[in-house]
Design a protein around this ligand. Structure first.
Ligand code: FE
Length: 344
């Protein structure tokens, strides 16, 4: 679009998360979607890099033939197998779907930060695989070999057909709902549900004082992912507010159905990957935990709880709770703010 020469200033009331005026896209001010600017700043203060975390003890523990059980080794590898490709899928969606259609510059600022964080996560898995001397071919190809990972990824990727098409444009009821569907699938489901049994397994390791370097990497990733999820939820709720006509009863039912399908896929993943259970978590516990998580995600966008299952892993809420988590991370976060100063 050519730039129209004018002294008329951008009207804040015209700004939209999607379907905003073309000229607005490159003017950060006036900011309307303040949640995005806050998320951008939080992301910056939470900055971390995988190589800052020592993997020395993990390397010794992994090399030892007696320290970990065979089930624990399989669980760690399979969790990594899911993670390695999941963040690449998320990154592609941020850059090729969300960034293209979101017209709020402050939201785009956050998406740039988020895209970088997805790269850091993929870097973390690469770093873990390399440090432990795992077979890259085995771990990175798992999404095409292990049914329960493959099925989750196919479910997610199906929703990119259409929206990745260069002809796709928002601005009609059908396409705007398609965009919202993409947000439900990527934020609520991929970032909000599909990571969570794997997070629980990693915290299981941490609680046993095993593989704590890997667990710490995953804890940083989980902190970033909670921000991604929050942002996604704000985008969904923001679009609902700006275009209430999109949130029809039929669309709401569709979103609930997708979440229910995702819960089944995730429960299947947990049951197949950890068939004998791990660290006291069994298939039944995982399913309950996933149901509990799913109800919380639905509640955040104003959809009804489906399961009303109490949290079977209460220690996970502490690990996930960002406020409590802050103490855990405080040193490093502060260090980063100071360490970021350049000395010329
Ligand atoms: Fe993410």
């Amino acid at each position: 679009m050519p730039i129209i020469k004018t002294t008329d200033k951008v009207d804040i009331n015209q700004r939209r998360i999607i379907n905003g005026a073309d000229a607005d896209v490159i003017q950060l001010y006036p900011m309307r979607h303040l949640f995005a600017w806050e998320a951008y700043n939080t992301g910056n203060s939470n900055h971390w890099l995988p190589t800052e975390i020592s993997m020395q003890r993990d390397i010794e523990q992994w090399k030892s033939t007696t320290f970990l059980t065979e089930d624990e080794r399989t669980a760690l590898k399979t969790v990594l197998g899911f993670f390695t490709t999941a963040d690449s899928i998320a990154a592609n969606n941020v850059v090729l779907a969300m960034y293209r259609h979101i017209t709020s510059p402050e939201c785009r600022m956050y998406l740039l930060r988020q895209a970088y964080e997805e790269a850091i996560h993929t870097h973390a898995y690469q770093y873990i695989v390399e440090s432990l001397g795992l077979d890259e071919g085995e771990i990175f190809n798992m999404y095409r070999e292990v049914d329960s990972i493959y099925n989750k990824d196919v479910f997610i990727l199906n929703f990119n057909e259409g929206i990745f098409n260069s002809e796709f444009k928002t601005g009609t009821l059908e396409n705007d709902q398609k965009f919202l569907e993409n947000m439900v699938v990527f934020s609520l489901i991929l970032e909000g549900i599909f990571f969570y049994s794997s997070f629980a397994v990693m915290f299981g390791f941490q609680r046993q004082n095993k593989m704590i370097g890997v667990a710490e990497q995953i804890q940083y990733i989980m902190r970033d992912e909670s921000q991604h999820l929050n942002f996604g939820i704000n985008i969904i709720n923001g679009i609902k507010e700006e275009q209430p006509g999109l949130w029809t009863p039929a669309f709401q039912q569709h979103a609930v159905d997708l979440v229910r399908q995702a819960v089944d896929l995730e429960a299947k993943f947990a049951a197949e990957v950890f068939p004998k259970g791990i660290f006291g978590m069994n298939a039944d516990g995982f399913r309950k935990y996933i149901e509990y998580v799913a109800d919380r995600r639905l509640g955040r966008v104003g959809l009804p709880a489906q399961y009303n299952t109490p949290n079977p892993f209460p220690w996970m809420s502490e690990a996930v709770d960002l406020n409590k988590e802050k103490n855990f991370f405080e040193t490093r976060v502060t260090e980063y703010k100071v360490g970021g100063t350049l000395d010329w």
